[in-house]
Ligand binder design. Structure first.
Ligand code: ATP
Length: 231
């Protein structure tokens, strides 16, 4: 409990210095974006999203389920509309978190750059920050229009527990100089060591996923019969 009290944002902002404070901007609102397949969304995602929002002093964090990721093929993928419904159910009672349906509504492969072009045009009053897992540092320079992405948003990278992400960031800056100052690390987050893969495996083995995901998500997965059979 004490630790939770000590983790509140003003303490962190003071402790960690200017790197983790709100981006300097004239925009009225600051919104964090957490993209993912969310197949399914779980409490690890939700804790990360809210923590990053608090850490960066953001007004909101939007979770964006993709329709089809350019990086993932050949896994049992629930329909995009259903994955969006799971995210919506998970954030319903959390004021700082919302579900964003842009990628689910757009046909075809979901490219971040397209989403950011749409979001920045739709919300000119908003400064967006993209929250990204450290594993993506190794591939980011190959993302479609990576330099344009960096013009549209700042990126904050969440390190994996115990992982030294500095070298991966330095290597990205070498390959993509535009990343310098635009892609920065967050401190280690309160990581919950669960993944959507583990949840899908549990369903397939007939094990409970209660407490891994929001209750309504567990119910919808059970009632819809998702992930019961291997792909
Ligand atoms: P899978 O097991 O299918 O690879 P996943 O659980 O990693 O899925 P994604 O939809 O790929 O889920 O993740 C979306 C984002 O959430 C990524 O940036 C990822 O790094 C982050 N993330 C995933 N699991 C966790 C977790 N347990 N704690 C914090 N962040 C997480």
């Amino acid at each position: 409990m004490q630790e939770l009290v000590e983790r509140k944002p003003p303490f962190l902002a003071v402790l960690l210095g200017p790197a983790y404070r709100r981006t300097m901007t004239s925009k009225a609102r600051q919104v964090g974006l957490l993209g993912g397949t969310f197949n399914p969304v779980h409490h690890g995602h939700l804790i990360l999203a809210r923590w990053a929002g608090e850490m960066l002093g953001l007004d909101e964090v939007w979770l964006i389920p993709n329709r089809r990721s350019p990086l993932r093929l050949g896994e049992p993928l629930a329909p995009a509309e259903e994955r969006l419904a799971w995210v919506e159910a998970s954030v319903r009672n959390e004021p700082i978190l919302s579900a964003c349906d842009l990628e689910v509504k757009r046909e075809g492969t979901s490219y971040l750059v397209d989403t950011l072009e749409e979001l920045t045009a739709l919300h000119p009053d908003t400064a967006f920050t993209f929250i990204m897992g450290a594993d993506s540092l190794n591939t980011f320079d190959h993302w479609v229009k990576a330099e344009r992405i960096l013009e549209l948003v700042d990126i904050r990278v969440v390190p994996r527990p115990g992982d030294e992400a500095g070298p991966a960031l330095a290597s990205l800056e070498e390959k993509l100089p535009a990343a310098g100052g635009k892609v920065t690390m967050l401190p280690e987050s309160p990581h919950l060591d669960i993944s959507a893969t583990e949840i899908r495996n549990r369903v397939q083995e007939g094990l409970s996923i209660r407490y891994y995901v929001a209750d309504e998500v567990a119910e919808r997965i059970e009632q819809g019969g998702f992930f019961r059979n291997p792909s």
